[in-house]
Design a protein around this ligand. Sequence first.
Ligand code: HEC
Length: 277
Amino acid sequence: MRKTLKTRAAAGAAVLALTAAPSFAAGGGVGVIDHDWSFEGPFGTFDKAELQRGWQVYSQVCSSCHSMEYLHYRDLSDPNGPALPPEQVKAMAAEFEVEVGPDSEGEMFTRPAILSDKLAKPFPNKEAAMSANGGAYPPDLTLITKARTGYTGIIKQMMEGTGGVEYVYSLMLGYTEEPPEGFDVGDLSYNKYFPGHLIAMGQPLYGDDVEYQDGTEATIEQQAHDLVAFLAWAAEPQMVERKQAGLRNIILLIIFGALVWYSNKKLWKPIKEGGEA
Ligand code: HEC
C-alpha cells in the first residue's frame, strides 16, 4: 500500500516536472525572446495586415536565398491568410518564370508563373543553393516554425505554442556586430540564438529593409514580427479552423455531458428514494 502511494507521488511529480519544463528551442539551450502573437492560445487568429507585411518581407528579402516550396501563389489570397486580392497575386506571379513541361517533343520549357504554381524557387536545386552560399544550405522556410520547436510543457504549449516562432523571431534579432571574446567568426556571423552561435547566414534584417505598403514603420522588430507571423501561417494555414473545430467540439461535449448527467439523475431518482422504478 505504502509503495503504491509512493510510486503515485513519484509519477505525479514527474508529470508536474514535465508540464513546468522551461521552454527551449532548436536544441540550442539558449533561451529565446518571449514575444506575443495574435495567433497564440485557444482563441488566437492570424492578422491579415501582419501577414501581408510579412509576405512583403519574405518576398523582398528572404526569397533571394530561401524557397517556400509548399506554398502556391493562390494561397496568398486565402481569406484566413494574407487575403491578397487574386488580381494582385496574379500580376505578382507573372513576374516569375517557372519551368514546366515536358512539351510534345519531351522538352521542358519556361513560362510566367500562374496562380496554381508553387512559389518560384531562388535556386533550381540544393547543390546550386549551397554553392551560392559558401557550402551552407538555406533551408526551405514553409515549415521552419514547426521544424525549430522544443517541448515547452503541456499548458505552455497550449497557450503559447512550442517555441518555433519565438526562435525564428529571436534569430532575426540575435545578430551582434562584435562577437563575445573567444569567438573566431571567420566567414560566419555571430548570432546569440543560433545553436553554437556561428551561422552561415549574414544578418538579413536591419530595419527599413522594405517600405511597407500600408505605411507601417519598418523597424527591425516590426519586420521580424510580421515575417514570423507570415511563416507561422504558411506552416499551418488551417490553424484557425482547427482551433474553431476544437472549441465547437468542447462545447458539444459539455452539452452532451450535462444531458447524460441529468438523465442519469432522473432515471435513478425513484430507485434511490427506495420506491419501485
Ligand atoms: C544571402 C542569403 C540569405 C538570405 C537573404 C537569408 N538567408 Fe536565411 N539562411 C541562409 C543560409 C546560408 C542559412 C544556413 C545557415 C547555417 O546553416 O549556418 C540560413 C538559415 C536560415 C534559417 C535556419 C536557422 C537554423 O536554425 O538552422 C532561418 C530560420 C532563416 N535562414 C531565415 C531567414 C529569413 C527569415 C530571411 C529573410 C528575412 C533570411 N533567412 C534571409 C541564407 C540567407
